[in-house]
Design a protein around this ligand. Structure first.
Ligand SMILES: *Cc1c(COP(=O)(O)O)cnc(C)c1O
Length: 385
């Protein structure tokens, strides 16, 4: 350490151990806006990391791991799942373009399309999720098709491979929100999708306590477009959060197997209850789009919908309020079971289906499925009032 006064010495004190990190199982949580460069020639060398916003050790480890999971050339991180969706859209769309958006998109995705994309001169057209690919509202300006499979709240599946091929034939891109598949149960890029987005907040995080999103791509021009979006808009994620996500990734397949198996036990039980009209779980035999799920997915997630026999909203609230193990709340993919009613969100749809009864959404957590069934049985009992 150089001599001099305390004020100067303290600025550099303790830095000698940098670069001599003990090897741990997880990456170092490296914090930094400034990155110190070895020499003047490096300052403007674009091949080097010259600033912390693009990510340091923990973020890089997470991006590499997610690229392996998604079978992608590159994965980029965003501060939330919604930011990954909007960031990917902004990365590829420009004024004058048209985007075709599934009517079952996550509601905040829809809000962004309606409020922001249209303001910047992008035309947004919604389509019913089961529309045959050739019958989508294509035009010469169609730049992108935005899919979400299964769709939010009502779990319609797309024939992703067919839509991606139809888009490609017309010179358009496809983007999918694959949060339900978590990059594990379904591999969008292998089915011809150009950009695969997921809210890591859900299954990858797995504990309902960290926000983050990812966008995966393999085409070099798209990887570069995502990079530009990240830099131009100024997004960054914290190393602590990236570390937590990487930790979640280690147990993702193990948790997912349990979420999937339990959700099918609960879904199958629900489908036999007299108060239930229909179960909206593509992995349940006989449920809508089960054949597409079987063709494309390697497993089931823990989130699905339930259509009840027609009852007044007050009775639906009585059901929800009677639950003791299911928390009432938004988000999903965590270790704890959650329930909510969906009708308030479904009214925004353009091609709203008549379900003949109130729609609930259940997130099946890691609890014992028999206990969850007991809880739901109590809830269904409260329906009658
Ligand atoms: C929750 C969710 C998102 C957004 O994730 P956040 O991290 O909460 O912003 C995006 N898509 C789907 C399908 C979701 O369920």
């Amino acid at each position: 350490m150089t001599g001099g006064r305390d004020e100067t010495r303290l600025i550099r004190a303790g830095m000698r151990s940098h670069g001599r990190l003990a090897k741990t199982v997880g990456p170092p949580i490296q914090k930094g806006s400034t990155v110190l460069l070895p020499d003047a020639a490096s300052l403007y060398d674009e091949r080097q990391t010259t600033y912390g916003r693009g990510g340091l050790a923990a973020q890089n480890a997470l991006m590499d791991a997610l690229a392996e999971l998604e079978g992608a050339q590159a994965v980029r991180l965003f501060p939330s799942g919604l930011a990954a969706v909007t960031g990917a859209l902004l990365a590829v769309l420009k004024a004058g373009d048209e985007v075709l958006v599934t009517d079952t998109a996550y509601k905040p995705t829809r809000r962004f399309c309606d409020n922001v994309l249209t303001r910047y001169g992008v035309q947004v057209r919604y389509f019913e999720p089961r529309t045959a690919p050739d019958a989508l509202p294509w035009s010469a300006a169609t730049r992108l098709v935005m899919l979400e499979s299964p769709g939010s709240l009502t779990f319609e599946m797309h024939d992703v491979r067919a839509v991606a091929a139809a888009a490609r034939a017309r010179g358009a891109l496809t983007l999918i929100d694959n949060t339900w598949g978590a990059g594990l149960l379904f591999k969008p890029l292998a089915h011809g999708v150009d950009i695969s987005v997921q809210a890591l907040t859900k299954y990858v995080g797995g504990h309902s306590d960290v926000f983050m999103g990812s966008a995966a791509a393999s085409d070099p021009a798209l990887c570069s477009a995502l990079d530009h979006a990240i830099w131009d808009f100024g997004w960054a994620v914290a190393p602590e959060d990236a570390y937590q996500m990487l930790r979640g990734l280690r147990t993702l397949p193990t948790r997912m197997a349990r979420h999937g198996a339990s959700s099918l036990i609960v879904a199958e039980w629900l489908s036999r209850q007299p108060q239930v009209l229909q179960v909206l779980h593509p992995a349940l035999p006989g449920a809508p789009d089960h054949e597409l799920w079987k063709r494309d997915y390697s497993g089931a997630a823990g989130l699905f919908g339930v259509v009840l026999q027609p009852v007044a909203e007050a009775r639906v609230h009585a059901l929800l309020d009677a639950l003791k193990l299911f928390g009432l709340g938004f988000s999903w993919g965590g270790f704890e079971s959650l329930a909510l009613d969906c009708d308030h969100q479904l009214v925004h749809r353009r091609f709203r289906k008549a379900y003949d009864g109130p729609v609930l959404r259940l997130n099946i957590g890691l609890e014992d499925p028999g206990d969850l069934i007991e809880d739901l049985s109590r809830g269904l009992g409260a329906l009658a009032g």
